[in-house]
Design a protein around this ligand. Structure first.
Ligand code: ZN
Length: 245
């Protein structure tokens, strides 16, 4: 029944039982752009049973250098509808739930994430990441942060109550840069893939996660670096509520 997944069920870390676990798992991707494209493709390929996608944007021609879920034929269409079409064609067994909404508050996101086991941050801005951080702390929901710029990227896995939170890492957002952010498509391709790898390890309860460790990737010089991140006991997001005592 799992012929499609034979090459991975051969792995002792997966097996038939792990494949069942993936089938019964749900992951919410906030953002159906560059990071969301590669992450969603590999989660669907691995047989994660339910993938939710949040994005209120429509497909634009300039997205296509990196957002490989979308095609010239879906330009002007909602990104989550376009993504659903592609993913259903790729793996019809996976349930794709589109959420064509703009995340405007913690409460709204909290309501959404209760239905999912795990959240992937595939956004491109600090305010949304702070909202994801807060909502995940309130709901005790693990999430995987990913970010890209030009030829670089970062990944970290956050488990509320156990690991540092996003505000422990970045207490405040740097000033927003002007204009359109430049990015080479392979950067979100790789970072989204790493987020999917972290997600699969988390769901299968195997391997060593990027918890309390921030991975930096520089594709120009081929440089991978891991920085240890510690909890900030005074953190306004998680310092008192979660880590007190
Ligand atoms: Zn914190």
């Amino acid at each position: 029944m799992f012929e499609r997944y034979q090459r991975q069920t051969l792995l002792p870390e997966v097996g038939i039982q792990g494949q069942e676990t993936l089938k019964n798992s749900s992951v919410l991707l906030v953002g159906a752009g560059g990071l969301g494209s590669s992450a969603a493709f590999y989660l669907a390929a691995a047989g994660v049973g339910h993938i939710g996608l949040v994005d209120d944007d429509v497909v634009d021609q300039s997205n296509l250098n990196r957002q490989i879920l979308h095609t010239p034929g879906t330009i002007g269409k909602s990104k989550v509808a376009s993504a659903r079409e592609t993913l259903k064609r790729f793996n019809p067994d996976v349930t794709i739930t589109p959420h064509p909404i703009k995340i405007s508050s913690e409460n709204q996101l909290e309501e959404l994430i209760t239905d999912y086991d795990l959240v992937l941050d595939c956004t491109d801005n600090y305010p949304t990441r702070y909202t994801i951080n807060q909502a995940c702390i309130h709901q005790q929901k693990p999430w995987i942060y990913g970010a890209v710029s030009e030829f670089e990227g970062q990944v970290m896995t956050l488990i509320p109550g156990t690991t540092p939170c996003y505000r422990c890492l970045y207490p405040s957002a740097p000033a927003a840069s002007e204009g359109i952010a430049a990015v080479m498509g392979v950067a979100p391709g790789l970072i989204g893939t790493l987020q999917a790898a972290e997600a699969l390890k988390y769901l299968l309860d195997t391997g060593k996660l990027l918890t309390g460790r921030l991975l930096f990737v520089d594709l120009m010089d081929i440089h991978f670096d891991i920085m240890t991140v510690t909890r900030n006991k005074e953190c306004p997001a998680c310092g008192h509520s979660i880590f007190s005592g």
